[in-house]
Design a protein around this ligand. Structure first.
Ligand code: GLA
Length: 352
C-alpha cells in the first residue's frame, strides 16, 4: 500500500476522517423536508493531505489504486475524483485562500452498499481542507457544502441526511434530524438493543436515475397538492385524488415521517422494531425501492426471534439492511441469517 510520502515526496500536513452512516428510520423523507434517524457506523474514510506547490491537485485512492490529477476550474471528472474535486470547487468561490493539494484516501466504508461512502469522503475532504487552510466553517456548513458537491458534481439530487450524519453523528447515538430546520438531537439506541447491518450482496442498480425519478414524483405530488413539500401533508387522505403512483409515494412519505416521530417519542425496542418493519413494507410496496434479495434478507431477519425489526436502509435498489436485535445476541443473529440467506443462493456479509 503506497504511503503519502512515496506518492507526493514528503509527509502529509494533516489527517482528517468521517464515518459512514446507517439510517434506522426515515427513508426518502429528507428531500421532502421530513425527519430522519441515522447513526454513524464504525467504518471511516480517512484522508491525508498537504499543499501542492505546482498548481495541480493530485488525489490517490487506495481503494481504486489510482493517481488522478486535476486543476481548479477544469471540468470535474466522474467517479471518486469528482467527489473530491467537487468539494474543492464548492470552496473555491468563497475562499480565495484555498490552493491546490495532494490527497491520499483510505476508506473502510463499503462502497455501493448504501452506507454513504460518498458523504464520508466529502466530509473527510472538507474537514481536511478546513484544517489545512484555516477555514471558519462549522459542521453544519461542512454538511451543506458536501451535499451541494454531490448534487452539482455527482448528479444525484440527494437530501442532506447522509452529509449531516457524516458530519454530526457518532456511533453511540441516533441523530434525530429535522431536515427542514436542521434542528437535531442525539438519542440513545432503544434500551436492551444492538444494531446489525447486513449487505445483501446486490450492488445498487440504477440508484442515481431511479432515485432522481422518485424525487421528481414527490415534487410533482407536492405541486398538485399545493404544498411546498410533502412534509406539510399531515394526513395521507389528502392524497386520495392523486393518480398512481403519486398517491403511493405520498402515503410512504407521510407514514414514514410519522414513524420517525413515534420512534423518538416512545422507543421501546419492541415498538421501534415494529416501526422498522412497517417502514420496510412501505418502501417495498408504496415507494417501490426494494429488490427481491433485500426482501428475502429482511424477511429472514424479521423472523429471527432475537430481532425486534428490520428494513432496507439508504436509497434502496440493492445495498444493505439494518436490524435491531436483542443486546448480546447480534452475532448469533448474523450467523444464522447469513447461513439461511446463503442456502437460498445469495452471498451476504455482515458490515456492523
Ligand atoms: C440517499 C440520499 C439521502 C436520502 C436516502 C434515502 O442515501 O443521499 O439524501 O434521500 O438516499 O433516504
Amino acid at each position: 500500500m503506497p504511503e503519502f510520502a512515496d506518492l507526493f515526496g514528503g509527509p502529509p500536513a494533516l489527517e482528517a476522517s468521517a464515518p459512514g452512516r446507517v439510517n434506522l428510520l426515515g427513508e426518502h423523507t429528507d428531500y421532502n423536508d421530513g425527519f430522519v434517524l441515522p447513526t454513524a457506523i464504525p467504518q471511516r474514510t480517512r484522508v491525508q493531505l498537504g499543499r501542492s506547490l505546482d498548481g495541480w491537485n493530485r488525489f490517490y485512492s487506495v481503494h481504486f489504486d489510482g493517481l488522478a490529477s486535476y486543476r481548479a476550474g477544469e471540468a470535474v471528472p466522474p467517479g471518486y475524483v469528482g467527489y473530491v474535486a467537487g468539494c474543492l470547487e464548492m470552496l473555491r468561490d468563497n475562499w480565495p485562500v484555498l490552493g491546490p493539494v495532494n490527497l491520499l484516501i483510505r476508506s473502510e466504508v463499503p462502497i455501493g452498499a448504501g452506507l454513504s461512502s460518498s458523504a464520508a469522503l466529502e466530509v473527510a475532504v472538507l474537514r481536511g481542507l478546513r484544517a489545512l487552510f484555516g477555514l471558519s466553517l462549522d459542521d453544519v456548513a461542512i454538511a451543506q457544502l458536501a451535499q451541494q458537491a454531490e448534487i452539482r458534481y455527482a448528479g444525484v439530487r440527494c437530501g442532506i441526511m447522509d452529509q449531516m450524519a457524516a458530519s454530526l453523528a457518532d456511533t453511540g447515538h441516533m441523530l434525530f434530524l429535522d431536515t427542514r430546520s436542521l434542528e437535531r438531537r442525539l438519542l440513545p439506541l432503544p434500551e436492551g438493543s444492538e444494531l446489525i447491518v447486513l449487505d445483501s450482496g446486490v450492488p445498487r442498480r440504477l440508484a442515481g436515475s431511479a432515485y432522481n425519478r422518485r424525487r421528481e414524483e414527490c415534487e410533482e405530488a407536492s405541486r398538485r397538492l399545493g404544498v411546498a413539500s410533502l412534509r406539510e401533508v399531515g394526513d395521507e387522505g389528502r392524497a386520495g385524488a392523486l393518480p398512481e403512483p403519486l398517491r403511493r409515494r405520498v402515503r410512504h412519505v407521510v407514514g414514514e415521517n410519522r414513524r420517525v416521530l413515534r420512534a423518538v417519542a416512545t422507543a421501546s425496542a419492541e415498538e421501534f422494531g415494529a416501526l422498522m418493519n412497517a417502514s420496510h413494507a412501505s418502501l417495498r410496496d408504496d415507494f417501490e425501492v426494494s429488490v427481491p434479495e433485500l426482501d428475502t434478507l429482511v424477511g429472514l431477519l424479521q423472523r429471527h426471534p432475537a430481532v425486534y425489526g428490520a428494513r432496507l436502509t439508504g436509497a434502496g435498489f440493492g445495498g444493505a439492511c439494518v436490524a435491531l436485535a436483542r443486546a448480546g445476541l447480534g452475532q448469533e443473529v448474523k450467523t444464522a441469517v447469513l447461513t439461511a440467506y446463503a442456502a437460498q443462493g445469495h452471498q451476504g456479509r455482515a458490515l456492523v
